[in-house]
Ligand binder design. Structure first.
Ligand code: NAD
Length: 496
């Protein structure tokens, strides 16, 4: 199928106030195709002035959008969802082209984004408050949800259309206007969403999209006093900086950050099923998932057998961009060198590479950012490779003697996003789900679990305690107001 990204010489603009505009300074940056390293598009290189213009447009549009009844806001968002359904293949093609993931995976991701949009469009009919009793006679108590104002949305590139939907739909249904800072590695995906929203009738200025680098376009958005809530999906390092800056001006912040997620394989596990899920959890999307399993914790009595299964199966994984392949490239050259550097340092520190560990240098892969799926063992639990999120196709194996040691090691991490256990024991499954310090606990599958109607987020350095999506996202994007109604029955001309 033909690429949907505007041809390489064409340029991807910002969306501000319902119009496609270049960056004010007229600058562009190059976005490269992860599959072959060529320049794929040039996107607006936004800076502080562009962020300010987008925030100003959002502030102008927000009161009118907030006054639109939530049910009608939901109807407008539903129009966007319908358009996304009609254009699912086109969106998926852009996602696949920009990320290097297969069309099949990109289509699945787009389907997830549509599901999420559907959920939040329908929330327009359910922006429930609470009615309750008062301690005072003739007084009635209730809560109502109100918008915050302008939402600044900053996202990562790993699942670009899902990340856009994840933030835009809940922010807008709550009556906020938004400025989305697109991920610099997936500019066309965000731009296309902007076009679809515009054509579906979203009023001008309600959603503004700026392209650009984090320091240049994202940081000014965080600093802008016209932004009332910042929702960020990205690394823990940048999340910390954002929280500090937003905290100084008391802006609300929701942080969806990194993970170093454990998958425990017990001695009573179905090893075949466990191996299948380890490969999917560690290597799908080339390991570029916040939820990826990167620490595989295996009971001693099955360790050697399970390691053998993993080594054999990992060697059969196909790396490429077609629907028959198991994983694609990482997103850019810098990310590939980060990951390779980490593997090199792990080896120096005594870890053993069981498979992979290198860039693919054959003619089909050499120009792209492809890494062989990599299994490592004998890394110390406190080594850099054990405690640092790599965001590449790498998993480390750890040997433990029993459940207690497995749980302790699973929890011995700065992160706490997802976790999984493979066991046939009901007791182990429940104990693990109760005691693991992670936002998602899974039994007998993979470290997946973010469904549109469910809250997702992490303990410890994986977030700041907020949860998106699910109805919990409404807490991020709205204010609750108590309303008390007082009556004076003595004024009435009748008595019961
Ligand atoms: P990143 O933190 O480098 O960048 C994420 C976004 O933040 C980009 O749009 C970038 O331009 C912007 N940014 C960078 N510096 C900024 C600054 N100083 N101020 C404002 N914005 C700035 O992360 P990445 O490497 O692009 O993405 C991978 C990370 O995202 C991983 O840590 C992954 O776990 C995380 N992630 C988390 C979730 C989740 O739901 N928890 C989902 C997907 C990805």
């Amino acid at each position: 199928m033909k690429s949907q990204i505007p041809n390489p010489k064409s340029q991807i603009p910002n969306w501000v106030d319902g119009r496609e505009v270049p960056a004010l300074a007229g600058e562009w940056f190059e976005k490269r195709n992860p599959a072959d390293g060529t320049v794929q598009s040039r996107a607006a290189r936004s800076r502080a002035a562009d962020a300010a213009a987008a925030v100003a447009a959002a502030r102008r549009a927000q009161p009118g959008w907030a006054d639109t009844p939530p049910v009608q806001r939901g109807m407008v968002l539903h129009g966007i969802v319908v358009a996304m359904q009609a254009r699912q293949e086109e969106i998926a093609r852009v996602v696949a082209d920009e990320t290097g993931k297969s069309f099949k995976d990109a289509k699945g991701e787009t389907g997830g984004a549509i599901q999420l949009g559907l959920f939040f469009a329908s929330e327009g009919q359910r922006l429930y408050g609470r009615t309750t009793t008062s301690g005072t006679p003739n007084k009635y108590a209730m809560t109502v949800r109100q918008p915050l104002g302008v939402a600044g949305l900053i996202i990562a590139a790993n699942t670009p259309i899902a990340n856009v939907a994840w933030k835009v739909f809940p922010a807008l249904v709550c009556g906020n206007a938004a400025v989305l800072k697109a991920a610099e590695d997936t500019p066309a995906t965000a731009w296309l969403f902007g076009r679809i929203a515009h054509e579906a009738g979203l009023p001008a200025g309600v959603l503004n999209i700026i392209q650009g680098y984090g320091e240049e376009a994202g940081a000014p958005l965080v600093d802008d006093p016209g932004v009332d809530v910042i929702s960020f999906t990205g690394s823990t390092k940048v999340g910390r900086q954002i929280a500090e800056k937003a905290g100084a001006r008391l802006a609300r912040v929701s942080l969806e950050l990194g993970g170093k997620n454990p998958l425990v394989v017990c001695d009573d596990a179905d090893l075949d099923n466990a191996a299948k899920w380890v490969l999917l959890s560690a290597f799908s999307n080339a390991g570029q998932r916040c939820a990826a399993a990167s620490r595989i914790i295996v009971f001693d009595s099955v360790y050697d057998r399970f390691r053998q299964m993993l080594v054999e199966r990992t060697a059969t994984l196909k790396v490429g961009i077609s629907d028959d392949d198991d994983l694609g490239p990482v997103i850019n050259e810098r990310q590939l060198s980060n990951v390779l550097g980490a593997v090199g340092r792990a080896k120096t520190a005594g870890a053993v590479v069981l498979g992979g560990g290198h860039r693919l240098a054959d003619p089909a892969h050499a120009a792209g950012f492809f890494m062989a799926p990599t299994l490592i063992e004998s890394a110390r639990p406190d080594a850099e490779i054990s405690i640092t999120e790599l965001f590449g196709p790498i998993a480390c194996l750890y040997r433990v003697k029993d459940f207690g040691e497995a749980l302790a090691l699973a929890n011995d991490s700065p992160y706490g996003l997802t976790a999984c256990i493979h066991t046939k024991s009901f007791d182990r499954a429940i104990e693990f789900a109760q005691r693991v310090r992670a936002g998602v606990a899974v039994v007998n599958a993979g470290t997946y679990g973010s469904e549109p109607h469910m809250p997702f987020g992490g303990f410890k350095a994986s977030g700041n305690g907020t949860r998106e999506p699910g109805t919990e996202a409404l807490e991020v994007y709205s204010e609750l107001k108590d309303v008390y109604l007082n009556t004076n029955p003595d004024d009435l001309e009748f008595r019961i």
